[in-house]
Design a protein around this ligand. Structure first.
Ligand code: SIN
Length: 195
């Protein structure tokens, strides 16, 4: 599958006629809401795990030297915590562009984490392993090394990782994979500084 997913995503008609749609964010969408929204609520989805397995050629790396960003991998019973936004459907023009490097919209059941027990059907952007930019698994140490050396139009890849880790802590959520990569990155920086 081509890594530019804009045309495919525009074909989604599942929410046609809706005046608002929930979008679940689990990566940069948690901490960078550069779009208008009507509500924002901490939320989770079940059956998916967050992994730094997607290549970034357009935001946190370049085509010659891709960075690594998160996608979701099917994982029965796993709960992925993030942030849900209620948006007007016209926001999808912006989101499809932002997530165009391999991410496909997918319908998902979102559980809100305010103790209300509320659920809603919504959209999540997932970069599947059949997209051209998918990099796949690597050790957390190697992922940190790649992130430490990558930079793209949206800034250093390390900022993406650090901001995601901070946002997850603010949500009060643990993510062993993200925090292990962050720890490796901190060690790399410390060893570079000669500490
Ligand atoms: C998301 O945040 O939900 C998708 C991945 C990203 O943009 O980092």
């Amino acid at each position: 599958m081509s890594s530019n997913t804009i045309a495919i995503n525009q074909q989604m008609d599942h929410f046609d006629g809706h005046h608002s749609v929930w979008v679940f964010g689990y990566g940069s969408l948690i901490y960078k809401a550069d779009f208008p929204f009507m509500q924002r609520r901490a939320a989770s989805i079940t059956g998916w795990s967050r992994r730094f397995w997607q290549g970034s050629h357009d935001h946190r790396g370049t085509p010659a030297a891709p960075g690594r960003v998160v996608t979701l991998i099917p994982d029965e019973g796993a709960v992925c915590h993030g942030m849900a936004y209620l948006v007007s459907p016209d926001v999808f023009t912006h989101l499809d562009y932002r997530e165009k490097n391999g991410y496909l919209r997918r319908v998902v059941d979102i559980a809100f984490e305010d103790g209300s027990g509320d659920m809603a059907e919504g959209v999540v952007y997932i970069a599947r392993e059949d997209n051209d930019s998918f990099l796949g698994p690597a050790s957390e140490a190697d992922i940190a090394l790649q992130i430490a050396g990558s930079f793209g139009p949206s800034g250093p890849n390390s900022d993406y990782l650090t901001q995601l880790a901070v946002a997850l802590r603010e949500l009060g959520r643990d993510d062993e994979h993200v925090f292990a990569i962050e720890q490796h990155l901190l060690e790399l920086i410390a060893s570079k500084d000669g500490r």
